[in-house]
Design a protein around this ligand. Structure first.
Ligand code: FES
Length: 186
């Protein structure tokens, strides 16, 4: 399945996880079951990274890959999604911290600090609700970002928590563009 928008977020999100594991992650995914079985220590986990080919993504589409056992969404945001994110005042945020592993821990949760540096259309984020760990649905909810149906947490287009019981923005993992079309996560 190609990484494009559909009208069925449940089906879409879970299919992306499946295809991400099978195709996008490649060698790293093949190694994962073995590593996982061996119950790796922290140093082994620290080395785990995945390379993600994002050449098929257009603005408004996403894909999800599995990284260290968690779904990581790569979203190529639309102009509107970026503008909506930039328009939010920091004082209106429930969690004012960027939660971006690529930035200092006290970086504020501006839209730019949540996105890829210099490539603000791109959002790379662990798509796990910070309340109790459900997987939120993408492009749902009041802000057109993410919505967690478990207990109603609503995230905006930068993955920042806006309403509901989740205490924090969804975390941005360490990542970098290693070419125009490839991202390394981890
Ligand atoms: Fe997401 Fe509770 S786990 S709102």
């Amino acid at each position: 399945m190609s990484a494009t928008e559909t009208h069925d977020p449940n089906r879409r999100d879970f299919l992306y996880i499946a295809t991400g594991m099978a195709g996008v992650v490649g060698a790293a995914a093949a190694a994962w079951p073995f590593i996982d079985q061996m119950r790796p220590d922290a140093s082994t986990l620290a080395l785990a990274s995945v390379e993600v080919d994002v050449s098929s993504l257009q603005p408004g589409s996403s894909l999800i890959v599995k990284w260290r056992g968690k779904p990581v969404v790569v979203r190529y945001r639309t102009e509107k999604e970026m503008k909506d994110g930039e328009a939010v005042k920091l004082e209106d945020l429930k969690d004012p911290m960027a939660r971006n592993a690529n930035l200092p821990s006290d970086a504020p949760a501006t839209d730019a600090n949540r996105a890829a540096t210099g490539k603000e259309a791109w959002l790379v984020m662990v798509q796990v609700c910070t309340h109790l760990g459900c997987i939120p649905l993408g492009q749902e909810g009041e802000y057109g970002g993410w919505f967690c149906p478990c207990h109603g947490s609503v995230y905006d287009t930068a993955g920042r928590i806006r309403h509901g019981p989740a205490p924090e923005n969804m975390p941005v993992p360490t990542f970098q563009f290693i070419s125009d079309t490839k991202i390394r996560v981890g």
